[in-house]
Design a protein around this ligand. Structure first.
Ligand SMILES: CSCCC(=O)C(=O)COP(=O)(O)O
Ligand SMILES: [Zn+2]
Length: 202
């Protein structure tokens, strides 16, 4: 346990992550034991609360959370998400305060159709990721999957577009981030809406 993060802070973060997880699971975006969420608890040193590995994300309790360091290694708690290292990398790279990973059908299907990246334009919903609705094209990058989180992190760093707080991992799912869990949720719902529109519109 680090001196600057109390067990209560961690449990409070766990309650937030459990509620966010239950919402995404209710949408069918975290089927089986898929998906994981995190929230940054301190920046220096970097510490995140991340969902524990292997749980049904629709049934998490506030205790099903692990404190991890900047490499995704457990500092306090049980076994962190297998993708904790990537969450830490996204938080360090983007300055995000919360990261969402969901396994949606639309993200995998669109990643297959557009392996070079998914381009959106002329959609009011683009305002939901801080972009103008018209006269710009915004690309959601698609990166190849890997079981090595360092490799995935390198691919995400190279491919990410600062105008789009999300990346599709091919054959796997969607990573989205925001300043805090609420904004990360809004970004996730907007990006998933954009993906579903592209999928149904073609
Ligand atoms: C069927 S889920 C496979 C692992 C995965 O991609 C995932 O998102 C969940 O992993 P975790 O270790 O966070 O439970
Ligand atoms: Zn996953």
């Amino acid at each position: 346990m680090t001196a600057d993060i109390s067990a209560l802070d961690l449990e409070e973060a766990g309650a937030v992550l459990a509620a966010e997880s239950a919402r995404f699971a209710s949408f069918g975006w975290m089927r089986g034991t898929s998906g994981n969420l995190s929230v940054v608890l301190s920046r220096d040193p970097l510490r995140l609360a991340v969902t524990a590995s292997g749980h049904d994300k629709g049934e998490l309790t506030p205790a099903d959370v692990v404190l991890v360091d900047g490499q995704g290694a457990a500092v306090h708690g049980g076994k962190p998400s297998a993708e904790a290292e990537l969450h830490a990398r996204v938080a360090a790279l983007t300055g995000a305060g919360a990261v969402v990973h969901v396994h949606t059908v639309a993200s995998v299907a669109m990643g297959r159709r557009e392996p070079g990246g998914i381009v959106f334009s002329d959609l009011e919903m683009l305002k939901g990721v801080g972009q103008p609705a018209h006269e710009v094209e915004v690309t959601l990058p698609v990166i190849a999957n890997s079981q090595d989180m360092k490799v995935l992190g390198d691919r995400l760093e190279e491919a990410r577009d600062p105008r789009m707080p999300a990346v599709v991992v091919a054959g796997h799912g969607l990573y989205v981030w925001g300043a805090d869990p609420r904004q990360a949720r809004h970004h996730t719902e907007v990006v998933e809406w954009l993906l579903e529109l592209e999928l149904t519109g073609r």
